[in-house]
Design a protein around this ligand. Structure first.
Ligand SMILES: N[C@@H](CCC(=O)N[C@@H](CS)C(=O)NCC(=O)O)C(=O)O
Length: 220
């Protein structure tokens, strides 16, 4: 296989998807973090949307996390992370998109300028996770005993709440035992744990404080 190089950012949940898939496949990969507030020229020259992740594969550049994860799934033999059955695969793609919608709500939650917008975003998150609760089976993973791309998407989603809950319990997962079990299983999975550097919590905390948003005002 050609050498792989992941263009990354310390906090990006979309980059983490690719890092988790690479770890699940046992595939080594070089990783370079860039400053998204001051994008290097070499990066803007190869990133059509100006976003991370990018995956360089030899001389080719892939962009968009789902395209990257599906490429890794198809190109690297070994453990399968996407169902073979077309109906199941389509359902998993739907839940991956749902995970991206949750990430948008999370961004709205931490950037909410006032208490009213903040409460609305909290409610939107609660309502989306209620859908997840109804869709989960007996675990430990989204699709039962096999870890899948949907798990790689939700590991980084749940990681935000470890930091949010150091501020307060916002009750986003209230009455959702299956979601909580899934979250705990993902937090213990080595590929998920190691998709970020040890200083991730401090970096996220500093990022949240710097937003000057409603949530920032609740942080010491
Ligand atoms: N749909 C993209 C989203 C990636 C994304 O939003 N990346 C953010 C960082 S988490 C980014 O690079 N933002 C820089 C910008 O928008 O200027 C994917 O799945 O890869």
């Amino acid at each position: 296989m050609l050498p792989l190089h992941l263009v990354s950012h310390h906090l990006c949940p979309y980059v983490q998807r690719a890092a988790i898939v690479l770890a699940e496949k046992g595939m080594p990969c070089e990783r370079t973090n860039i400053d998204l507030a001051n994008k290097p020229a070499w990066f803007t020259a190869i990133s059509p949307l100006g976003k991370v992740p990018l995956l360089k594969v030899g001389g080719e550049v892939l962009f968009e996390s789902v395209a990257i994860c599906e490429y890794l799934e198809e190109a690297i033999p070994g453990r399968r992370l996407h169902p073979v059955d077309p109906i199941l695969r389509a359902k998993h793609r739907g839940w991956i998109e749902f995970g991206s919608a949750i990430l948008n709500d999370i961004a709205g939650f931490y950037a909410a300028p006032d208490a009213r917008t903040f409460a609305a975003k909290r409610q939107a998150l609660h309502d989306k996770f209620a859908w997840v609760e109804r869709s989960l089976g007996n675990g430990p993973w989204f699709a039962g005993t096999d870890f899948s791309l949907v798990d790689a998407v939700f590991g980084p989603v749940f990681r935000y709440f470890d930091t949010f809950e150091m501020i307060a319990n916002f009750g986003v997962f209230e009455g959702m035992p299956k979601v909580l079990d899934w979250r705990a299983a993902l937090a213990a999975r080595p590929s998920v744990r190691e998709a970020v550097a040890p200083d991730y919590p401090e970096r996220l905390r500093a990022f949240l404080i710097a937003r000057n948003a409603h949530l920032s005002s609740r942080m010491a």
